[in-house]
Design a protein around this ligand. Structure first.
Ligand SMILES: [Zn+2]
Ligand SMILES: [Zn+2]
Length: 253
């Protein structure tokens, strides 16, 4: 499995793209930066798994479907919780903000919304993807990916969650690594709590719950705090197996 980082930041400043990961050239995990893919690479996208409805994870979808519309033969499928898909339909593909591509063209719409459910795996492009719930300020998922017996966990935005780790410790016996967020420096602990995110100290608490000592890849850092966050992350207990992701990184699992 190949995971390419298209965007890995929790805010958008010139040169820093929002959350978006390309899996095996066909599948997107979140779509905050799909507009930065080349045209042909956008046309190749068939499946988009969305962790939650927040704009920094979904803003690429309207542009992607519009960009590839005339060339795309098959439907682009968007997978997410029912609440997530409803939020997109009601507030983004609502005609006043963007056309509802789930009805265009009416006989063979270019966009399809597929509700998925906690702990019920979906298989696309040879990858088994199992969603798990995590705590955030809106309904949010993490995705456990599995190909050729190897597992990898992508966690979207999150605050402290116990259930996820209990499940992962049970089912991910061949886990090869995780992507997890760290958004705010420790001095903004209150802001991380109120917005459902993690600081480096809170990250340490979460990583402690994972039994397998796998590599930990950090994303969703707010670019304005990067240096401060990096300093704090490298003082936590697990810093030896932590890597801060940057755009264009490619993880070979
Ligand atoms: Zn969010
Ligand atoms: Zn986010």
């Amino acid at each position: 499995m190949k995971i390419k980082v298209i965007g890995c930041y929790g805010a958008m400043i010139n040169g820093y793209h929002l959350s978006c990961f390309l899996v095996n050239d066909k599948i997107l995990l979140d779509a905050g930066a799909s507009m930065f893919l080349d045209y042909e690479d956008q046309i190749a996208i068939d499946h988009i798994f969305i962790t939650h409805s927040h704009l920094d994870h979904t803003i690429g979808i309207p542009f992607l479907v519009d960009t590839v519309f005339s060339r795309k033969e098959n439907q682009i499928k968007i997978y997410g919780l029912f609440e997530t898909l409803k939020a997109l339909k009601d507030n983004l593909f609502c005609e006043s903000i963007w056309p509802d591509f789930t009805n265009i063209p009416i006989d063979a719409p270019k966009l399809g919304f597929i509700p998925i459910h906690e702990k019920e795996p979906v298989e696309v492009g040879g990858i088994k993807i199992t969603p798990f719930r995590v705590n955030h300020i809106v309904p949010t998922l993490a995705f456990l990916l599995e190909e050729d017996g190897k597992q990898f966990l992508y966690i979207g935005d999150m605050h402290h969650t116990d259930d996820l780790w209990e499940e992962i410790n049970k089912v991910a016996k061949n886990l090869k690594g995780i992507i997890i967020e760290t958004s705010f420096p420790n001095r903004l602990d209150w802001l991380a709590k109120s917005s459902g995110h993690l600081t480096p100290s809170q990250l340490e608490i979460e990583v402690k719950k994972l039994k397998k000592p796998v590599p930990i890849y950090i994303f969703h850092m707010k670019p304005m705090f990067i240096e401060e966050l990096a300093q704090e992350i490298y003082t936590i207990k697990y810093h030896g197996r932590i890597k801060i992701l940057t755009q264009e990184d490619i993880l070979e699992i």
